[in-house]
Design a protein around this ligand. Structure first.
Ligand code: NAD
Length: 295
């Protein structure tokens, strides 16, 4: 069992740290928010009074923070205090450029590093069923994998520094676009007098089949577990979809890739968010698509 420091105990990091405790690791945790620290303590983690204090003497450090600027600032603080030969893993969703910079900082301090963003949301974090998309050297990935296995069910090594973040934003760009496509199809079906169930029965077994339809169907009924059956409670909030589509657009611009549908999906989700629906599950975009008809 490892000695692990966990920094960033929010909606995702809190339950992930609790799963590491459950798996038998000795976890020392830190978050700026007192309520998050109290919850981690109740879950069985030791609490440090700063990020630097948390990492001292530990073999593995995990960060789960909002954005690239938080990760770079925390890594800058903690790397000099980490044990030589230790491993640092960032599970936040951040821009590829900051992820590559973070790996560079770790290398300067002779610390092995992995970017390992996740898919699976808060349910996956609680149930230890997350998918981890990892980037970094093979040796660092091999050391990270057994730790990540306590928090997830699928761990994929995507390539070198930043490859985990690249995989995450490419996947979520598909997701954002495909949810709008499925929502447009149901909206058109409604206007044509075709029932939700009829469209679902055909498209779910035809070439229109995709995850946004068969697992996360944006209309209530055909998939009883989808958020559409629960007033579009997240799930995966639309504000986070805006974040990921924006990261994808930034990366596309920097890399010179053409992603016209990704750009349009970003604009559609931004408008939904700006109308006050950032906290609604991203499949709630179907309501916005329906409303576009009147405009
Ligand atoms: P959150 O806002 O609930 O948690 C972030 C935590 O980081 C907060 O508790 C905050 O106090 C803490 N924090 C911020 N700066 C800090 C610092 N300098 N030192 C210590 N703690 C600090 O966010 P979340 O939903 O847990 O998401 C975390 C990351 O995971 C994000 O990058 C997000 O994009 C990604 N993600 C979230 C989901 C989801 O469904 N919530 C799914 C996949 C990926």
């Amino acid at each position: 069992m490892a000695n692990i420091a966990f920094i960033g105990l929010g909606n995702m990091g809190g339950p992930m740290a609790a799963n590491l405790v459950r798996a038998g690791h000795k976890v020392v945790a830190f978050d700026l928010a007192g309520a998050a620290r109290n919850q981690a303590q109740a879950d069985g983690a030791g609490i440090a009074d700063s990020s630097v204090a948390a990492v001292k003497g530990n073999d593995v450090v995990i960060t789960m923070l909002p954005a690239g600027k938080h990760v770079l600032s925390v890594w800058n603080e903690i790397l000099p205090a980490m044990t030589k030969g230790a491993l640092i893993i960032d599970c936040s969703t951040i821009d590829v450029e900051s992820a590559v910079q973070a790996h560079g900082l770790a290398a300067k301090h002779n610390i092995a590093s992995v970017d390992a963003p996740v898919s699976g949301g808060t349910g996956g974090a609680k149930g230890a069923t997350l998918t981890f998309m990892a980037g970094g050297e093979a040796k660092a990935f091999a050391a990270a994998k057994p730790v990540l296995e306590n928090m997830g069910k699928k761990i994929v090594h995507c390539g070198g520094a930043g490859a985990g973040q690249a995989a995450k934003i490419c996947n979520n760009m598909i997701l954002g676009i495909s949810m709008i496509a499925v929502s447009e199809a149901f909206t058109l079906a409604e206007k044509l007098g075709l029932s939700h169930q009829a469209l679902f029965d055909v498209a779910s077994t035809s070439s229109g089949q995709c995850w946004s339809l068969t697992t996360y169907c944006p209309v209530p009924g055909p998939v009883p577990t989808s958020p559409a059956n629960n007033e579009y409670k997240p799930g995966f909030a639309s504000a986070l979809m805006v974040k990921d589509l924006t990261l994808a657009q930034d990366a596309a611009k920097a890399a010179g890739a053409a992603t016209p549908l990704g750009k349009h999906a970003q604009e559609i989700y931004k408008a939904f968010d700006a109308a006050g629906h950032g906290g609604v599950d991203f499949s709630g975009i179907i309501q916005h698509v329906r409303d576009l008809a009147g405009k």
